[in-house]
Design a binder for this molecule. Structure first.
Ligand code: NAP
Length: 394
């Protein structure tokens, strides 16, 4: 009998196929086929570099096995196998567990942890269109959202799915395959973008979706997308994402915290609720950070959304003559409002945007929760387990 060993796996149900882990792995132990992103047990050395970069926590799966699952087996999975009973497990399994727990605690410092979908969320479709069989969508529009001359070029892109079945829920993402090949001559991997339109389309009843994309210097995907013209054809994969979803329960209250283009899913959430006329005053609160008002995506339209539907708090970090403000500073400035939400079992928290914001936001939430006697780590972990705490940062 083989000695039990720990195998690193990826949950295919939760993975959003952003390939960040594959691009991060220093020893090419992570690979993919048309369906799944998987870890090669022969190569993985548990360096943990891939753990904190995963936006969903789908990377954080481990099984004790006697014979490791092969790549081919993992490529076939639509869900992870349960932990099989291990006969003859010995002390080494326990030691492995302890070592793994210590490594994970370190890898997870500041990261969001594994997410669970809200209990009342609709069931998402995932991975309907793969790298091998993408949908050819057509660009319906490409509009600059940020002021001309501002250092940030953020675009609102509308794609027509040309009648292909492409059901998306608010909070899900889609992949766009840039044409051409990478430095090694391989076709580019899809780049993942959060959908910023609601489930019934950017325009209700039309099979179209919108994206919010910022041009990054030298970014293969973002420059391709930001330069698209009306009528261009685009290869699209997805949809992806099974946890960062909007509760369908109209009584659910939303505390949304974002930076920059991380606002995309919250635009979708807000439009969905606007169209459903769900919720009452104070049920949606948004903390939104950007460098300047000029570079905050959808600043004009957002200001017009009534406070009774969406309470907005903007944090600007680079306004001349003003103190640098981050979302966590605005949260502290409005701690009573945040505390009241934290104390309500109907509240769902969503954090989306820069990876760097996670630690600061977590600390602000901890201070506010503890000011009303809520132990933060226990509260947050319970909220996460109940599908009420979601972090998606890149
Ligand atoms: P950005 O313009 O670089 O930054 C937005 C704001 O966040 C700026 O005011 C910035 O301040 C501030 N910021 C920087 N570090 C911070 C910290 N530690 N805590 C709090 N605020 C901080 O943002 P962006 O280029 O639009 O980037 C948005 C990010 O969201 C990208 O990384 C993108 O990949 C990600 N994103 C994620 C999703 C998703 O997860 N579904 C969707 C869309 C986008 P400074 O003046 O200090 O720079």
């Amino acid at each position: 009998m083989n000695k039990p060993l720990k195998q690193h796996l990826i949950d295919p149900e939760i993975c959003i196929r952003c390939y960040t882990c594959e691009m991060t792995c220093p020893i090419q132990a992570i690979t993919h086929d048309d369906m799944n992103v998987v870890v090669d047990a022969d190569k993985c050395n548990f360096c943990m570099d891939c753990i904190p970069v995963c936006p969903t926590g789908s990377i954080d799966e481990w099984r004790v096995v006697e014979t490791p699952y092969s790549l081919d087996e993992q490529f076939e999975w639509t869900e992870l196998p349960e932990q099989a009973e291990i006969s003859g497990g010995d002390d080494s399994t326990e030691a492995l567990d302890e070592a793994m727990a210590a490594l994970l605690a370190e890898a997870h410092a500041g990261a969001g942890g594994k997410s669970v979908a809200p209990a009342s969320a609709s069931k998402p479709s995932i991975n309907l269109h793969t790298i091998g069989k993408p949908v050819t969508a057509r660009v319906q529009g490409n509009y600059r959202l940020t002021a001309e001359g501002s250092d940030s070029d953020v675009r609102h892109i509308i794609l027509d799915m040309a009648g292909a079945p492409f059901p998306v829920l608010e909070g899900q993402s889609i992949g766009i395959i840039p044409p051409g090949t990478d430095a090694e001559g391989k076709p580019h991997l899809p780049r993942l973008y959060s959908v910023s339109s609601p489930r019934d389309g950017e325009r209700p009843g039309y099979a179209n979706v919108s994206l919010t994309v910022k041009r990054e210097p030298h970014g293969v995907g973002s420059n391709y997308v930001c330069d698209l013209s009306k009528g261009d054809e685009v290869q699209v994969t997805g949809p992806f994402g099974a946890t960062f979803l909007l509760p369908d329960d109209p009584a659910a209250r939303l505390l949304m915290i974002c930076t920059g283009t991380g606002s995309a899913p919250f635009r979708a959430f807000t439009m969905r609720r606007q169209r459903m006329s769900a919720g009452a005053a104070g049920d949606m609160v948004l903390f939104f950070g950007a460098r300047t008002p000029d570079s905050l995506p959808y600043f004009g339209p957002l200001k017009k959304v009534p406070d009774s539907l969406l309470k907005k708090h903007f944090a600007f970090s680079r306004v001349e003559g003003e103190e640098k403000q981050y979302v966590q500073d605005r949260m502290r400035a409005h701690e009573d409002e945040v505390a009241e939400l934290l104390a309500d079992p109907n509240t769902h928290i969503y954090v989306c945007g820069l990876r760097g914001m996670e630690a600061g936001v977590d600390e602000a939430l901890a201070n506010i929760a503890e000011s009303i006697g809520l132990p933060w780590v226990t509260t947050r972990d319970a909220m996460r387990a109940e599908g009420r705490y979601h972090v998606e940062t890149y």
